[in-house]
Design a protein. Structure first.
Length: 319
């Protein structure tokens, strides 16, 4: 019975991973197709996020959560910027820029929350930055897409800030991450709608494009649901899926580019896979005073004392 259950669990997990990878790859390819015909990525992601909000709506969306506005704005910047990047560059260059997500997250965690990475993790992050820089600069000079690459880098940093903020806020106030993700949706949709009206003024899409945008949104819902199930089963496995998705997407779209870009894509993906094995990031030593800026409501002294670390108690005695 135990063996049967294990086999069944492994089979379910394998199916979830396969669906997640297939949907993720298809989502990017479909978005690239839509933007080539209807060049309004901000409008598209606004509609998609509203559909996602409706599909995943539950009572958690009604909870008033600390810093949800901040988290929502960072998420809006990240998805808007990455979709603008996807519109203007090849899929290969798009994946190269997105490879910066790992070093960006390490940097944000250290700058905002004093969370330190081990030396092996830093070396791997340096390798990712090197591959990304060489491949991106080489390709951008040839294709004149420098501005789009800068927008993509800003989006990647915003995404890293979003993820770090989710972690910090859930640690500081003992709020489940799924509640924070649900609470961010209103501000995310509002920010995207404002950006769409201010920057794009989109034309009315054809019914084919409208159906494609809706299908992409539903695919995003499937991707999110399967991702949550995989993370709940084995977080390390989901972290390792990133490089696999990247290489699969570039291979399916045949967007390797020249030898320089292909080498950099593979190198960045290999470093990303290596990082999941050598990372040594720990939030246990993050001083609570580094998390306080997240608050937009007063925090009681008793609440702070309940969460302070040994280092915080030392600082309090010194003061």
């Amino acid at each position: 019975m135990i063996i049967t259950c294990n086999k069944q669990t492994s089979g379910n997990l394998c199916a979830l991973v396969t669906i997640n990878i297939a949907v993720s790859v298809g989502l990017v390819c479909a978005s690239k197709y839509v933007y080539a015909i209807w060049p309004y990525p901000l409008a598209a992601v606004t509609v998609q996020q509203i559909i996602t909000w409706v599909c995943l709506y539950n009572d958690k969306h009604n909870e008033r959560v600390i810093a949800s506005w901040y988290i929502g704005i960072m998420f809006a910047i990240s998805i808007a910027g990455t979709n603008v990047l996807l519109q203007h560059v090849s899929v290969g260059l798009y994946e190269l820029v997105k490879a910066l997500a790992v070093p960006a997250l390490v940097m944000v965690q250290y700058k905002q929350y004093k969370v330190q990475e081990g030396k092996h993790g830093i070396l791997v992050c340096a390798g990712i930055v090197l591959f990304m820089a060489v491949g991106t600069v080489h390709t951008s000079i040839q294709t004149d897409n420098f501005i789009a690459v800068v927008v993509g880098i800003i989006a990647v940093v915003a995404s890293a800030t979003h993820k770090a903020s989710i972690k910090a806020c859930s640690k500081q106030h003992e709020i489940a991450p799924e509640i924070l993700l649900a609470a961010q949706m209103p501000s995310t949709c509002v920010c995207l709608a404002i950006a769409t009206l201010a920057l794009e003024a989109p034309s009315r899409p054809s019914w084919e494009i409208s159906l494609a945008i809706i299908a992409i949104a539903l695919a995003g819902v499937i991707m999110n649901v399967t991702a949550v199930k995989i993370i709940n089963a084995t977080p390390m496995l989901y972290q390792n899926l990133g490089p696999v998705k990247s290489l699969t997407l570039v291979a399916v779209s045949n967007s390797w580019g020249d030898a320089w870009q292909a080498t950099c894509i593979v190198g960045a993906a290999a470093c990303g896979a290596m990082y999941t094995q050598v990372k040594n990031t720990s939030w246990d030593n993050a001083p609570i005073r580094c998390l306080l800026y997240m608050d937009n409501i007063p925090v009681s002294y008793t609440h702070l004392r309940a969460h302070e670390t040994r280092e915080d108690r030392g600082w309090r005695r010194v003061r």
